[in-house]
Design a protein around this ligand. Sequence first.
Ligand code: ADP
Length: 186
Amino acid sequence: MFLGPPGAGKGTQAVTMAGDLGMPHVSTGDLLRRALREGTEVGIRAKSFMDAGDLVPDEVLLDLVRGRLTSDDAAGGCVLDGYPRNLAQAESLDEMLRELGAGIVGVLNLSVSEETLVGRIAGRRSDESRVDDAAETVRNRMRVYEEQTAPLVVHYRSRGLLLDVDGEPGVEEVRAAVRSAVAAAS
Ligand code: ADP
């Protein structure tokens, strides 16, 4: 599982890790964006929250994540990116995994300074034109991260699951650091 603020590089590193491990990359942001594009009920419910940079309600995520984790290709595990994002989601995930006879192997925490985050998201804004990368929305996503998601760092650290990686350097350097953190932990 990956933890880290918006713009930390979770998506990029999670894709690599999934490739290394031969497991699917499960990004709740990607799943929600697809639901939006396809105009599904989940997408319709999620839209206003995503546009504002707020968390989509937990119960919407629950079905989405459960559906994904119980698909055949995730039977051997997956790399989770963007979930959980608050303590209630962390508890739901534990319950879901218990039912599936599965568990969390490790939580990779990418730390990056706020200055770097803002710069990276500004770059992504011009490349990918994500609606939620607008300046005011980004500030809200950062606030939401600090208030709701950052407590998960403490939560998983106290469970002995946290692997800290400095997300500040370039993609390749971070990739190497992620790989050695995973190797050291397995
Ligand atoms: P980032 O990490 O850069 O903010 P994501 O693609 O992970 O981008 O998420 C984009 C948006 O999707 C979030 O701002 C939020 O509205 C929604 N989202 C994604 N994952 C979750 C989640 N686990 N719980 C609630 N909302 C979520």
